[in-house]
Ligand binder design. Structure first.
Ligand SMILES: [Zn+2]
Length: 268
């Protein structure tokens, strides 16, 4: 039991306790408990088993599942988990036809209440056209799915670079201290790539050293913060003249620079 407990990394933010649950090869699901209401939400459900094991160790009862997007490695665990109890499944109304049956659909751009917590649904098309992220301004938590990663962003499977840049810009405008819980442990490869387009960024170099230390000691790189991403994520740094120059587009609009950085990452 103590081994299992020590493997659960918990972040406390206001009334929320947030536990990262590694799933499949490199996915993170997140269990979020609101101490005020006792509600427990799972953000994305790659598979049921590790989530059930974590719930057992924590002594928590799952009440809600929030879905960011329709990919199998974010929804395949939902049917097993909902079959075990009274679980409310929440996802985007805009993508409901591709998601498991929703108990409640939410509209991108609107807010809903989860227990006592306000949850803003931010529209982030690009990785998929119906991708949404969940932002809780009270505790300052963002669940970014496959839109924003540590030093990375999602591939453009369905949307355009322009759409993705719009969503990423909205996230970059959240308060710096916002804690970001992302969908995949891609941080090592993201770090290698970041150095190729932002080689003179001292903060990036320091962060890469920290990330290597964390991963070599068996740790996880989630969560991050908006402030850290603004300073070191090469995709958010499309606004920086340094990155624009490095990719051969001095004076270009950030959206154009972003598209080029994304193209280079895809080709890397
Ligand atoms: Zn995905």
């Amino acid at each position: 039991m103590s081994n299992a407990l020590s493997a659960l990394e918990t972040t406390e933010l206001g009334d929320l306790s947030i536990v990262s649950v590694p799933c499949l090869n490199d996915n993170f699901a997140y269990l979020v408990r609101d101490g005020a209401s006792g509600h427990v939400a799972l953000i994305d459900a790659p598979e049921a088993e590790p989530v059930e094991a974590a719930l057992h160790v924590l002594g928590w009862t799952l009440t809600h599942i929030f879905i960011t997007h329709h990919h199998g490695d974010h929804i395949d665990g939902i049917e097993d988990l909902r079959a075990r109890g009274n679980v409310t499944v929440i996802g985007s109304s805009a993508d409901a036809r591709r998601l498991p049956v929703l108990t409640e659909s939410v509209t991108p751009g609107e807010s809903f209440r989860w227990g006592g917590i306000e949850v803003q649904v931010i529209d982030t098309p690009g990785h998929t056209v119906g991708h949404i992220v969940y932002y809780m301004p009270g505790p300052g938590a963002l669940f970014s799915g496959d839109t924003l990663f540590a030093m990375g962003c999602g591939r453009l499977f369905e949307g355009t670079a322009q759409q993705m840049w719009g969503g990423l810009s909205a996230l970059a405008n959240l308060p710096d201290e916002t804690v970001v819980f992302f969908g995949h442990e891609y941080t090592a490869t993201n770090a290698d790539f970041a150095l190729t387009v932002d080689p003179h960024n001292e903060m990036l170099h320091r962060r890469v050293h920290d990330v290597i230390d964390t991963l070599e000691s068996g740790g996880r790189t989630t969560p991050t913060t908006i402030g850290l991403e603004r300073a070191t994520n090469p995709f958010l740094r499309a606004v920086s003249p340094d990155v624009a120059r490095e990719v051969g587009l001095p004076d270009a609009d950030p959206e154009i620079v972003f598209a080029e950085v994304r193209r280079r990452k895809d080709a890397a």
